[in-house]
Structures are given as structure tokens and as C-alpha cells.
Design a protein around this ligand. Structure first.
Ligand code: NAD
Ligand code: 13P
Length: 416
């Protein structure tokens, strides 16, 4: 039997944390996965100062390649400093080489870079590879809004699920207990290799060999345009059990579901709400105001999901899973979008300025998502139906002020 080779595409704050989790699990489940995990690193140079335990006097403060620092010291000193990475992670600056021969691709990088990455890997991956997107954002084009799980799947001709939850990376890297949601709805041809649905997989559904040739549905319930290549029989099945084994740790509990659209949307839209929570906290309005923002934000998230992904999205994904309400709460309490928005209001500067000054190269997803969702709503004349999303966009653009929020959302707080 073949084993699954895993590549993490991305190595930022969350990318490095997920690489740590995955590498711990490929070691533990070495009967299913190759132990070595490839981690693609967008190469850059870093300086190791004399105050670091990795300081080497013979190198001094000469810039060094981040990949060679990670492979030597087993630490991502720039994006996840202070956390020991398993030695079976190999940092690789070549995207094409990192994805070569991997049957599982975990996409974990800021959403603004994914288009370029997909262009580069297209044609260089195994045709039967399967993906998981950990990216929190949406992709808006003239045609509409798409999720990165479906966008990666369509672009690379593979099936792609999603991982999202109340997952502030630094806490998980420090192995503090948390939970996440992994959405994976295996295409019928994968199910047919594994006729008996296994534990915790109530949605595995289609199982017979006759169904092998059925076209698979995308995450909106439409017949997918992608022509999937079946996973060869010598590989272990890529089902809920397999992905649970890949991501579950004693400190990182995994709930498997099938609602890929709901999980992907929860992670993207909560970033807009977290910015709003930061705005009102920055004004010093206290916890009641923040709770009101979260309530209104959650309603707009559910409405957006139902309105544009209604065939498949389940409201419970927003209201009951880690990828929904729990992520909304943690992100509005200690996420980067929240913290940067709060500081911007306190200091009277823009969120972009705080991001540049404070985040050392990490990227906010909420600002671009707010603009992208707004351009989608505006094109359909729906801005007024999403007053909080619209307010965040207008505040970011300087067209409205935080003090305008109570009026802007009055239709929701006061009723019609
Ligand atoms: P990050 O914010 O740490 O971003 C920095 C990464 O972007 C680095 O790896 C850097 O090398 C890379 N980068 C910079 N320029 C690039 C370019 N031109 N092309 C490709 N890569 C480039 O990233 P992250 O925290 O790992 O976030 C990845 C995704 O995970 C995001 O969608 C985010 O919303 C989500 N997420 C983050 C957290 C968290 O706590 N950090 C938690 C859950 C989900
Ligand atoms: P930020 O990107 O705002 O830090 O949010 C992290 C996150 O998604 C926590 O679940």
C-alpha cells in the first residue's frame, strides 16, 4: 500500500502552526502518511539578532534564507517565533518541488496570494490529489463570489474541502486546548472505494460502486465542472477518518462535517465583523456594544450564506460549529483584525497603517474581504440589506465614522 504524502502550501503564522499539527500526526499515523511533511515557504531573508538563541557569531547579522533557518533550527523565526517545529517538516522554497507527488495539499496562506500560487502549481500536482483550504477569505469576480475551497478545486481540477474554526494560531501553537471544524464531502468515486461509512461520518452517503461514475456536486450543490481523477486503489481512502487523523491532536479537536460552503464562509465573513468589534472597542464603548456587533454580524453571515449559497449552506454551521459563532467570538476578542481595528481607532490612524507597523509581515484578511464583499453586494444593489458589512467598508474607506455605527444599524437594533 502507498502512503499519503502531505504538503502544506504556506508557512505564515497559521500555516506554520498547521504544519506542526500535521507533522505530529504523520509521525503518529505513519502507516497512513509519509512522515516527512513538505512546507512551501515564500522565500525571504531574515536577520538573526544576537539576542536570539539561534544567533551564530560566524554569520553575525548577515541576512539568511528563511528556509535554511527553519531547516536548521526547526523554528519559523519570523512568522511563528518561539515554537519548536517537528523535525519532519521540510521547508521548501520551490512551490513546484514542494507539491510534487503529494496526494494531500493543505492550502494555508493569505488569500491575496492564492491566485498566483495556483497558477504556478497547475499541471505539477498529482491528478488525483485532494485539497483542504485553511484560507479565510472569499474570491469576488464580475461573475460573483466564490470560496477558496471551490476556487482551488476548479482551478486545479481536484476536490478541495475546508478547515476553519476559533483558531488563533499562537494559542494552538502553544498547545492550548481548542477545537476546529473540517468540512469534507468526498466525491462519490472516493466513497465507492470505502463502502462502509466509518465513525462520525453521517454524511458519507453514497457508497456503492455503481455510483462511482456519478458526477460530483460542488459545495453549492451544482454538478461540478471539474473532472476528478479517482484515487488509485493502493492509497488509503481519503475520507473523514483520514482527515481527522491528519488534523486531530489532544490540544486541537476536530469536528468533521460536510458543509464546505458554510465552513468556508464563516471563516471569511467573521473577519469583517471582527473589524467592527475592534472599531467599537477602540471607542471604549464596552462589552454590550461588542456583543451587539457580534449579534448583527452573525445575522448578516447567515443571511449571506442563505442568499448566495442557499442550496447547501446549513444555518447550524454558523450558529453551532467552531467555524461559525465560536470563530466570530474569538476573532472579535483577540484576533489580528480586531486588534488592528481597535488600535487604529485609538490612535486615529488607518487599519492598513497598524497592519504595516505591528504585524511584521503577517496579513489581515478582513480589510480586503470587506471591500470584496461590498463590491459584490453593491453590484447587486444589496448594500442596505447588509448594514454592518456596509458600515465596515465605509469606515475603512473614510466615508463614515465609527460614531455613525448606531445609526447605520438602527434598522436591526430598533426593528423595522
Ligand atoms: P500570515 O498572516 O502570517 O501571512 C504571512 C505569510 O504570507 C508568510 O508566510 C509570507 O511568506 C506569505 N507571503 C508574503 N508575501 C507573499 C507572496 N507574495 N506570495 C505568497 N506568500 C506570501 O499568514 P497566516 O496567519 O498563516 O494566514 C493564512 C490564512 O489562515 C489566512 O487566510 C488567515 O485568515 C487564516 N488563519 C489565520 C489564523 C491566525 O491566527 N494567524 C488562524 C486561523 C486562520
Ligand atoms: P485574525 O486573522 O483576525 O487574527 O483571525 C484569526 C482567526 O481566524 C482565528 O480563528
Amino acid at each position: 500500500e502507498k502512503k499519503h504524502k502531505v504538503t502544506i502550501v504556506g508557512s505564515g503564522n497559521w500555516g506554520s502552526t498547521i504544519a506542526k499539527i500535521v507533522a505530529e500526526n504523520t509521525r503518529q499515523h505513519h502507516d497512513v502518511f509519509e512522515e516527512q511533511v513538505q512546507m512551501w515557504v515564500y522565500e525571504e531573508e531574515v536577520v538573526i539578532g544576537s539576542d536570539s538563541k539561534h544567533y551564530d557569531a560566524s554569520v553575525g547579522d548577515k541576512p539568511q534564507k528563511l528556509t535554511s533557518v527553519i531547516n536548521t533550527h526547526h523554528e519559523n523565526v519570523k512568522y511563528l517565533p518561539g515554537i519548536a517545529l517537528p523535525t519532519n517538516i521540510v521547508a521548501n522554497p520551490s512551490l513546484v518541488d514542494a507539491v510534487k507527488d503529494s496526494s494531500i495539499l493543505v492550502f494555508n496562506l493569505p488569500h491575496q496570494f492564492i491566485a498566483n500560487v495556483c497558477r504556478q502549481v497547475n499541471g505539477h500536482i498529482l491528478p488525483f490529489a485532494r485539497g483542504i483550504s485553511c484560507i479565510k477569505g472569499v474570491n469576488v469576480t464580475a461573475d460573483g463570489v466564490s470560496l477558496f475551497s471551490e476556487w482551488i478545486g476548479d482551478g486545479l481540477n481536484i476536490y478541495c474541502g475546508a478547515l476553519s474554526g476559533a483558531n488563533i494560531a499562537s494559542e494552538i501553537a502553544a498547545e492550548k486546548w481548542s477545537e476546529t471544524t473540517v468540512a469534507y464531502d468526498p466525491p462519490p468515486m472516493d466513497n465507492s472505494r470505502n463502502p462502509t461509512p466509518r465513525s462520525g461520518s453521517p454524511h458519507l452517503g453514497m457508497t456503492t460502486v455503481e455510483q462511482q461514475d456519478q458526477p460530483h456536486k460542488d459545495c453549492r450543490g451544482r454538478t461540478s465542472k471539474t473532472k476528478l481523477t479517482p484515487l488509485p486503489a493502493e492509497y488509503p481512502p481519503l475520507d473523514h477518518d483520514c482527515f481527522r487523523a491528519l488534523f486531530h491532536r489532544p490540544y486541537f479537536h476536530v469536528q468533521m462535517v460536510s458543509d464546505v460552503a458554510g465552513v468556508s464562509l464563516g471563516g471569511a465573513l467573521k473577519n469583517i465583523v471582527a473589524l467592527a468589534a475592534g472599531f467599537v472597542d477602540g471607542r471604549g464603548w464596552g462589552d454590550n456594544a461588542k456583543a451587539a456587533i457580534m449579534r448583527i454580524g452573525l445575522m448578516e453571515m447567515v443571511k449571506f450564506g442563505k442568499e448566495f449559497f442557499g442550496e447547501t449552506v446549513q444555518s447550524q454551521t454558523f450558529t453551532e460549529t467552531s467555524a461559525g459563532v465560536a470563530d466570530l467570538i474569538t476573532s472579535s476578542s483577540g484576533g489580528r483584525n480586531f486588534r488592528c481595528a481597535k488600535k487604529a481607532v485609538e490612535q486615529g490612524i488607518t487599519v492598513d497603517e497598524v497592519e504595516r507597523k505591528d504585524l511584521n509581515g503577517q496579513k489581515l484578511q478582513g480589510t480586503t474581504t470587506a471591500f470584496e464583499v461590498n463590491s459584490f453586494l453593491q453590484a447587486r444593489g444589496l448594500e442596505r440589506e447588509y448594514p454592518l458589512f456596509t458600515a465596515v467598508n465605509d469606515i475603512l474607506l473614510g466615508r463614515k465614522d465609527v460614531d455613525d455605527i448606531p445609526n447605520l444599524v438602527a434598522a436591526v437594533t430598533d426593528g423595522p
